[in-house]
Design a protein around this ligand. Structure first.
Ligand SMILES: Nc1ncnc2c1ncn2[C@@H]1O[C@H](COP(=O)(O)OP(=O)(O)O)[C@@H](O)[C@H]1O
Ligand SMILES: [Mg+2]
Length: 439
């Protein structure tokens, strides 16, 4: 998801949070560092002030201090006389000419921060701290101020991710709603709970669906009307051909009329299939509880004579009682088209088996034959309207499987036509989930 809005937003917010965190951290560090140093300077001055007020304590302050190098924090402030060698050799030797106030001096490679002052007795002294120790303490206290900022940056980034997720939830919900729709569902999307920024988008999609649905409806109606209108002239033509057949005595003439009749029959069948497809696509037939086993039984009986003329061994292997909730007409058309194909495309002397059984929560209706099977890679194309395998000598419209697919889609079933495994022939399979009360 390279172009993910959520990710892009998050990256920006996290980036800005991090940058402001860094800037705030740097400022806070520098300010705290300075503050700490000023505080330390203050300490030096306070101590000097104390000694100026109580000069008698100065000697005590000056007695050798244990450690001055910072391990012992309390000992880090020292008092040195000016112009005299201090008792502790580690302390700096200060010239008597140093001006009053703050200054920094280096003694044996160690830098000292000093505050020079004069006691009322005229003795000059300096309070001092090692610069390195001062800096370390200042750094430590400045670093402590960074902790809340360091914790805040990741916390804010996580919070931003959560907020973005929440804000974009309606979009995710919308796309899920669109994604899980089946192709025949062109009802408008609900704008309920959709933020106002996305509402025009929903309205645009709904407008598109509305136009699409109108166009589809027009197309369906045109096919249905055309097929219906063509039916009457075709019936009239068939009657005329019958009459013509009776008035012709020459064998050659009769042969021609036979061809004419066959052509008319093909056209009639095509029209019937077109009408059937248009009716299936128009939908809206009420679903009832249909005893599917009895319906399939009826189809088998209807096709027994046709199977007999081709010498096909036609029957059923596994046959269970099942009830499906669907328009009966749809199930009938589905079963009829499947059985018709198997018997039509299986050469004389072959075998066709129908199976009907429950598998988990589904009904499986299966027709197996010993015909030529289907060309590899064309299994899906066969379900397109008017698609027929090249070199097919049987009469047909190429609409049978398209009708079946349209029925299956509407009933929430799945349909497939594949080659049988291990033996020659095709396997037609229709699966439909059982409704709860039919299980
Ligand atoms: N059982 C089958 N065995 C072999 N080929 C089949 C079988 N069923 C369908 N077909 C192929 O699929 C094509 C499409 O079938 P269908 O949609 O029923 O149209 P039609 O039977 O009118 O040609 C058929 O023309 C045929 O080539
Ligand atoms: Mg067919």
């Amino acid at each position: 998801m390279n172009g993910s809005l959520r990710r892009r937003l998050w990256r920006w917010i996290a980036g800005v949070t991090l940058a402001s965190g860094l800037a705030a951290g740097l400022c806070s560090y520098l300010i705290s560092f300075r503050e700490a140093q000023e505080l330390q300077d203050d300490q030096l001055r306070q101590m000097a002030l104390l000694m100026e007020r109580h000069p008698e304590t100065a000697d005590g302050w000056m007695s050798p201090l244990g450690s001055v190098d910072g391990n012992d924090r309390d000992a880090r402030t020292v008092v040195c006389p000016l112009g005299v060698a201090p008792k502790n050799p580690k302390l700096p030797l200060l010239p008597g000419t140093l001006p009053e106030g703050f200054q920094t001096r280096v003694h044996h490679g160690t830098a000292w921060r000093l505050y020079v002052f004069t006691l009322p007795s005229g003795v000059r002294l300096a309070t001092g701290q090692m610069t390195a120790v001062r800096n370390e303490i200042a750094r430590d206290s400045a670093l402590l101020t960074l902790i809340p900022i360091l914790l805040l940056v990741p916390a804010l980034s996580l919070l931003a991710a959560w907020i973005i997720g929440r804000a974009l939830a309606p979009v995710t919900h919308l796309s899920h709603q669109l994604d899980t729709r089946d192709d025949t569902n062109l009802t408008p999307l609900s704008a309920h709970g959709v933020p106002s920024e996305i509402r025009p988008f929903v309205a645009a999609i709904n407008g598109l669906m509305q136009r699409l649905s109108t166009a589809l409806e027009q197309q369906r109606r045109f096919i249905a009307d055309a097929a219906h209108e063509l039916r009457s002239p075709l019936t009239a033509l068939m009657v005329q051909t019958d009459n013509l057949e009776q008035s012709i005595s020459s064998p050659e003439g009769k042969q021609r009329v036979m061809q004419l009749k066959a052509g008319l029959e093909r056209a009639g069948k095509l029209l019937e299939q077109l009408l059937s497809l248009a009716r299936r696509q128009a939908g809206a037939a009420p679903a009832t509880d249909v005893p599917f086993d009895r319906l399939v039984q009826q189809v088998i009986e209807d096709y027994v004579p046709f199977a007999a003329t081709k010498g096909i061994d036609f029957g059923c292997e596994r046959f269970e009682e099942v009830t499906l909730t669907a328009p009966a007409e749809d199930l009938l058309v589905l079963a009829r088209n499947a059985v018709d194909n198997a018997l039509r495309y299986t050469p004389p002397g072959g075998r066709v088996d129908v199976n009907l059984y429950r598998d988990g929560g589904e009904v499986v209706f299966q027709v197996e034959d010993t015909g030529p099977g289907v060309p590899a890679g064309e299994e899906e194309r066969l379900f397109e309207p008017f698609y027929r395998v090249v070199g097919n000598d049987e009469t047909g419209s190429g609409l049978g499987l398209a009708i079946i697919r349209s029925i299956a889609d509407r009933l929430g079933g799945t349909v497939s036509l594949n080659n049988r495994k291990g033996t020659k022939g095709a396997l037609f399979r229709y699966r439909q989930p059982l409704t709860q009360h039919n299980r």
